[in-house]
Design a protein around this ligand. Structure first.
Ligand code: AMP
Length: 284
């Protein structure tokens, strides 16, 4: 079956009708959404496969959301590879692609958005003010437009996943959230649409991020974990660290020395002009 491409609300409603989604039960077909900013890679593909296991139809949204980029960030140069993305979606058995323009997505006099609350001001939120508010606002809009039963997000953006789960709980959204594991290159580097910005030298230096996380994950206590990861990053002068934190997966608050259960070791760093994030989950 061909992928149906929708660019606005009317086309989206038509695509839902054509696929039999939202019909009268028991004829109703289920739908899983994978929100993306495009430049699709194997990480996105793994989420599409998870989505296929969860619902009869998969929708992929491709939208580079201006609201979640700061004034000095890479919104205008973010990679846009729509034709290749469509081929990826077709190969993964995706039923519909929602790819609106910014103008179709946001009213020019837009006023209301989602606040990520205090949790949106820590870790990634401390370095990218407004990023998590902008991300949640577009995710809520995508949920309302596409109206999926399930939405799949990558653990790669761990705070995003935690905040989406929080939004679903706090706002009683009728949707299940599924998290997918981070897909990595053979050498450990997490796949990211931003990796294509890296020169070969930058890429070599950027490997320090995953090496630091794995070094941390091999330790036993929070102090040892932070120290081991920090030492790897400190040995790579081309990597400018924004943060290295060990946090509670649900709240993103720093864990104490006596913490037990899962914790997320998360790192953000700039390599050349590229900012990268990565994380691993560690059970303490
Ligand atoms: P993006 O297009 O970067 O906004 O990412 C869209 C979705 O893909 C998000 O839920 C990301 O967490 C997820 N994602 C990005 N990179 C990876 C990866 N290497 N492995 C698994 N999921 C990923």
């Amino acid at each position: 079956m061909d992928v149906i491409v929708a660019g606005d609300r009317a086309e989206l409603a038509e695509a839902r009708r054509a696929l039999g989604i939202g019909g009268t039960p028991p004829a109703e077909a289920s739908l899983a959404l994978v929100p993306t900013m495009g430049a699709l890679h194997e990480g996105h593909r793994s989420l599409m496969r998870l989505a296929r296991e969860r619902a009869e139809h998969v929708a992929v949204s491709i939208f580079v959301n201006p609201l979640q980029f700061g004034p000095n960030e890479d919104f205008s140069r973010y990679p846009r590879t729509f034709d290749a993305d469509l081929e990826v979606c077709a190969a993964e058995g995706v039923s519909m692609v929602f790819a609106p323009s910014v103008e179709k997505m946001y009213l020019p006099d837009r006023q209301v958005g989602v606040s990520a609350g205090e949790m949106g001001t820590v870790v990634e939120g401390a370095f990218r003010p407004g990023h998590l508010d902008g991300m949640l606002t577009v995710v809520l809009k995508l949920f309302n437009l596409v109206r999926p039963d399930v939405a799949v997000f990558g653990q790669k953006d761990a705070q995003q996943l935690a905040m989406v789960r929080r939004m679903v709980a706090d706002l009683d959204l009728p949707i299940s959230i599924v998290g997918g594991p981070t897909v990595r290159e053979a050498d450990g580097m997490a796949l990211s649409s931003r990796n294509r910005y890296l020169s070969p030298e930058d890429r070599g230096a950027a490997l320090a991020l995953s090496r630091a996380l794995f070094a941390g994950a091999a330790q036993r206590t929070p102090e040892e974990i932070r120290r081991a990861a920090c030492a790897v990053l400190a040995a790579e002068p081309a990597v400018a660290v924004d943060y290295l934190v060990l946090v509670n997966p649900a709240t993103f608050a720093e864990v104490r020395e006596d913490h037990t259960g899962e914790a997320i070791l998360a790192v953000a760093a700039r390599v050349g002009s590229t900012r990268l994030i990565d994380n691993v989950t560690i059970t303490l």
